[in-house]
Design a protein around this ligand. Structure first.
Ligand SMILES: C[S@@+](CC[C@H](N)C(=O)[O-])C[C@H]1O[C@@H](n2cnc3c(N)ncnc32)[C@H](O)[C@@H]1O
Length: 287
């Protein structure tokens, strides 16, 4: 069955999901691909040159309503958000996301503006750094690591940061590089990932037409907690004073949860090991 409609891939990356959407959608459909990373947008433009159903937008998913307004689109059939960093971001040494390569500490998904990780680390208070490492990285030694960073400032490279972290932690966690949680926390701070996600969920739900679906793939518990709570709140009937005479429609929930949490199967994890911690949840707006 050929499906038709306007769909949004809010996290284009290198377009795996967009390509699949274009495969299953008919000639009258449109896909709007959004990403805050200019390199993802450059890749998207190449794909759009071959398929006139695809439109590519540079921006944040928290401003999805504005981005769609710019394309004269007021509502869509579906929005997909595949959170976190893309493989090209992690694997390109120049981007500074990973301690596997020595590079300038950048970590911005959108390299056209905003503060780099080095700028933030060299300017933030010790208390702020410790809070970010604790809240976003669940780092046990957040205070020690923050103190070591502040004492060694300025810090410019991924290797300097990784070495500092290793020295500040009293012992390493088996199987995990010492700096994993610290790098994750700083990346989430630099890109404001949780506030973006919270605003992105609201924006995406707002542009859905009745019966439209929002699918979100998250990669760690902090993200999934936000998604789960947002979906639960939308799918609860409104709290109305008892014995108040209300029409049935007024007591209905805005949405229903149609899937999730779904985990990838073994074959998918084998083919794509980075998918191992992914969780998919799907919400459908009331018709
Ligand atoms: C996990 S990757 C998506 C991979 C994609 N599904 C694919 O098939 O290649 C996440 C992408 O979302 C982008 N991104 C993250 N947060 C964003 C936001 N708030 N707004 C727009 N794009 C965002 C990142 O730049 C990255 O390219």
């Amino acid at each position: 069955m050929v499906r038709e409609g306007i769909y949004v891939d809010a996290t284009f990356g290198r377009g795996g999901h967009t390509r699949r959407l274009l495969e299953v959608l008919g000639a009258g459909s449109r896909v709007v691909a959004v990403d805050r990373d200019p390199e993802a947008i450059a890749a998207g433009k190449l794909l759009a040159a071959d398929d006139s159903r695809l439109q590519v937008c540079h921006g944040r998913f928290s401003e999805l309503d504005q981005l769609l307004k710019g394309l004269q689109i007021s509502e869509v059939q579906g929005v997909l958000m595949d959170l976190g960093t893309s493989s090209p971001q992690l694997d390109d040494a120049r981007r500074g996301f990973s301690f596997r390569f020595d590079a300038p500490l950048d970590m911005r998904m959108d390299t056209t503006g905003g503060e780099s990780a080095a700028e933030w680390l060299n300017d933030a208070s010790e208390q702020d750094i410790a809070r970010v490492l604790r809240e976003y990285g669940e780092e046990r030694y957040a205070r020690r690591v923050a103190a070591a960073i502040v004492a060694a400032r300025p810090v410019h490279t991924t290797a300097e940061l990784a070495a500092l972290v290793s020295r500040a932690q009293p012992r390493s966690t088996p199987g995990k590089h010492d700096a994993t949680r610290v790098f994750q926390a700083i990346r989430m701070q630099v890109n404001q990932e949780l506030p973006e996600l919270q605003a992105g969920l609201v924006a995406a739900f707002g542009v859905l037409r009745p019966g439209g679906r929002l699918a979100v793939i998250s990669f760690h518990s902090l993200e999934d907690r936000l998604v789960k709570r947002y979906f639960r709140d939308r799918s609860r009937p409104p709290q109305l004073p008892r014995r108040l005479p209300v029409r049935a429609a007024a007591s209905q929930a805005e949405a229903r949860i149609v899937a999730g949490p779904l985990q990838p199967g073994e074959a998918e994890i084998r083919a794509n090991p980075r998918a191992r911690s992914a969780l998919l949840r799907v919400l459908e707006k009331a018709a």
